[in-house]
Design a protein around this ligand. Structure first.
Ligand SMILES: *Cc1c(COP(=O)(O)O)cnc(C)c1O
Length: 454
């Protein structure tokens, strides 16, 4: 789709809608003449050039990429109205779109019932899940894997709950025996399982954890902020197919978080939290004297901790889902390409003398490090940092990577031959989250081999 054309169409649609009301004279206090705007805009775009090329497959670092053009157009068209999805008074159209898009997310996870809404981010979505956990299991803490997102520990502090870190196995997934030891103490009311850790993309054994819920009366929350959309590949044929069990188990958990602004093609400002039991809405009860007056129907602000939220974020997601729904044939094809890219690259790394895999990729995150003469942790650390720096500053053929700090014990479990002369080392990490990566991996690999040789 031609972005220029559809951005123009978004403005036209807004003008057509506005024309249904009598004309409003623009106020002089808001008038800016084109000369001044030109100058400011030139300065602005020049400043904006100081960025990494997230759109390009040679950016193979963090979880970053631009939104799909459909999301951009949807966002802009709604933003021109600027609805606030806190309440139906703030814009009925985008509130309805939010409900529909959230229902599509619930269906994607196979949830039979749900109560949910969009949030500004995965962090806030997880905060809400932990808030509900605290209200439903008062006085008990939260357990999460040692490689869970760092905000779980932080949000436990915000909520005044005890956070318990559970050791992980040799693939970075929560060790369920260690979890069970902790659950026996009775201190834990909620277990957070991560479906796709941020560092390595490890999928924790959600299916096996289900039995513990009954045994110890705990809630299970799944943090699938990054990995959630990979459920579309659960049980799929072909190399990109994923073991179905942990993904299918999400439907049987109490809550799940997924970030459409990561793998759902959306601009920032779009997370989501879904609860299996709609009755948890009671924990959000509050009285607001200045909202909720247009309708007796439930307002999204009555089931979320945040107040104002961009209706445009819901609009963008809704429009994207009309075109690329969260199904295997829709968005699933995008995810499949990223997964194949990761698998192919892992194979190339495995066969090369210059690079080694840290561990095989479970989703689309590839973790690796350069081979060094001495095979020490300090050598790997220095060489990884050098590759990162040289890659991104190269005038010709730059590549943008990210690093991951791993401790000596974690490295030793995977690579016992490496001398642990320091406590922790940086290795390299690439999230191949653009489907375009699939065609680019061969080049990326060649370039990294070149950088590794120094
Ligand atoms: C990214 C991420 C988060 C945080 O989400 P934000 O949208 O960045 O606030 C939480 N958990 C996991 C597993 C993530 O990957």
């Amino acid at each position: 789709m031609d972005l220029r054309r559809w951005l123009d169409a978004a403005v036209t649609a807004n003008e057509a809608w506005s024309a249904g009301f009598d004309p409003v004279r623009p106020h002089p206090s808001l008038q800016i003449d084109d000369t001044r705007f030109t100058a400011a805009f030139e300065e602005f775009t020049a400043r904006l050039a100081d960025n990494y090329p997230f759109f390009h497959p040679r950016y193979a670092g963090q979880m970053l990429k631009p939104p799909h053009p459909a999301a951009t157009v949807g966002y802009l068209a709604a933003m021109l109205v600027n609805p606030n999805n806190h309440a139906l008074d703030g814009g009925p159209a985008t509130a309805a779109m939010e409900r529909e898009a959230v229902a599509q997310l619930a269906a994607m996870f196979g949830m039979e019932t749900h109560l949910g809404h969009l949030t500004t981010s995965g962090t806030i979505a997880n905060l809400e899940a932990l808030f509900v956990a605290r209200e439903s299991h008062p006085g008990r803490g939260v357990a999460y894997g040692a490689e869970a997102h760092y905000t779980h520990e932080r949000m436990c502090r915000v909520l005044g709950m005890d956070g318990h870190e559970v050791p992980v196995d040799d693939r970075g997934r929560m060790d369920l025996d260690a979890l069970e030891d902790l659950l026996r103490t009775g201190q834990v009311g909620t277990v957070v399982l991560t479906a796709g850790t941020t560092g390595l993309g490890a999928v924790e054994p959600i299916d096996q954890a289900l039995a513990l819920r009954e045994r110890y009366g705990v809630r299970l929350h799944v943090d699938a902020a990054y990995g959630g959309f990979f459920t579309l590949l659960a049980g799929a044929d072909g190399p990109e197919g994923l073991p179905a069990a942990p993904w299918r188990a999400i439907a049987a958990c109490d809550s799940v978080v997924v970030d459409p602004h990561k793998h759902g093609l959306q601009p920032y400002g779009c997370g989501a939290v879904l609860f299996a039991d709609p009755a948890v809405g009671r924990f959000y009860l509050h009285d607001s004297p200045y909202t909720y007056f247009t309708s007796g129907e439930m307002h999204l602000g009555e089931i979320s901790l945040e107040c104002s939220r961009a209706g445009a974020a819901a609009a963008a997601l809704w429009l994207t889902f009309r075109l690329l729904p969260p199904t295997r044939d829709g968005l699933g094809r995008v995810l499949a390409a990223t997964r194949r890219a990761a698998l192919h690259w892992a194979e190339l790394i495995d066969r090369s003398d210059e690079l080694r895999l840290y561990q095989p990729p479970e989703l689309d995150i590839v973790s690796y490090f350069p081979t060094t003469a001495e095979e020490t942790m300090s050598g790997i650390d220095t060489a990884s940092a050098r590759m990162l720096a040289e890659g991104m500053t190269a005038e010709k053929d730059p590549v943008f990577l990210s690093t991951l700090r791993v401790d000596a014990a974690s490295l030793a479990r995977r690579h016992p031959d490496i001398t642990p002369d320091i406590g922790a080392a940086r290795i390299l990490r690439s999230v191949l989250m653009k489907p375009e990566c699939e065609d680019y991996v061969d080049h990326l690999h060649e370039r990294l081999v070149e950088l590794a040789r120094g």
